[in-house]
Write a protein of this length. Structure first.
Length: 307
């Protein structure tokens, strides 16, 4: 112990200098918008490269599992593309759960250049509204604020505030991006808010995460007089100009009436399993640019918070 105190006393000047340097850099990044953006962009590039190398090593040791998943996906795709009667093929679509709602959607799909993402048909080759495929190179499942890092960036056409979806449903939105990587604010974030609606009756609510269970979120602002059914489908409303309308969020898992509130407390099971999320797509809501311009002219702030 005496040697430790002697060491600290001997190098006290250097140690105090280092602590003050770290503190000053922290205050600079925190209180300067420009420096904060520069820090996040630079850090995002280097961290993305390191995570990419790490995933290459991990993928090598996961080749057996990946091949098995690809075989299963190919089997589902073949079943979807080549039905026994060959009368109702759906080209360029991703496999989704074969429930009654999905079957109804599949029945009306006819565009070959489209992808079926979270019950929503999105154009795959539209230069004005790009659909950018990406791989998740890192993700978190912390109790409060969660992020994902994707292997696409400015060079691939990533824009600020783009929505991120998977084949199952919504994932999050772009927070910052560099030339070849992007950091995504997950739906599992304390500040994330997504406008959604019940598909059965069109009731609008807001999806938010409580920070406890990564498989469930809450759907707020559903009036108590509305009739709810367990298993109701919850989709995006299109109001927040991040996600296209009609992308799957999840299904109603449970609901209770609070004695001192005028709204249901609705617990929604997310369609996306974030612990196994690997491939995603970045999307742009078609009316976003026109809507943002109109709202700026009217002095209206957008509904969704940007964490």
């Amino acid at each position: 112990m005496n040697n430790l105190f002697a060491f600290l006393f001997r190098f006290r000047g250097i140690l105090v200098f280092a602590v003050l340097e770290v503190l000053s850099l922290y205050l600079l990044v925190r209180n300067s918008t420009y420096q904060r953006a520069a820090f996040f962009n630079s850090a995002n590039t280097y961290v993305g490269q390191v995570l990419g190398w790490r995933n290459q090593v991990q993928d090598y040791f996961r080749l057996v599992d990946i091949n098995q998943e690809l075989m299963q996906e190919n089997a589902r795709l073949r079943q979807q593309f080549y039905k026994p009667d060959l009368s109702d093929r759906t080209a360029d679509s991703l496999p989704v759960r074969q429930d009654s709602v999905t079957q109804a959607r599949l029945a009306v799909l006819g565009r070959p250049d489209s992808l079926l993402l979270g019950l929503r048909t999105l154009a795959a080759h539209d230069p004005d509204y790009p659909l950018i495929p990406a791989r998740v190179v890192s993700s978190t499942n912390r109790p409060v604020d969660n992020y994902l890092t994707l292997n696409v960036g400015r060079a691939e056409g990533v824009r600020d505030g783009m929505g991120v979806v998977s084949a199952e449903g919504i994932v999050g939105r772009v927070k910052v991006f560099s030339e070849h990587y992007a950091t995504i604010t997950s739906v599992l974030h304390s500040q994330a808010r997504t406008s959604a609606r019940l598909q059965r009756d069109g009731t609008i609510g807001t999806v938010r995460w409580l920070g406890d269970d990564p498989r469930h979120v809450l759907l707020d602002n559903i009036p108590r007089q509305n009739r709810l059914v367990k298993g109701d489908t919850v989709v995006t409303s299109g109001y927040n100009a991040v996600f296209p309308e009609g992308v799957l969020v999840g299904t109603v898992d449970s609901f209770v009436k609070e004695p001192d509130k005028n709204f249901w407390t609705v617990r929604v099971r997310l369609a996306v399993n974030f612990s196994r999320l690997t491939y995603v797509y970045l999307v742009t809501s078609r009316p976003q640019a026109e809507r943002d311009t109109l709202q700026v002219r009217a002095g209206i702030k957008t509904e969704t918070k940007r964490p």
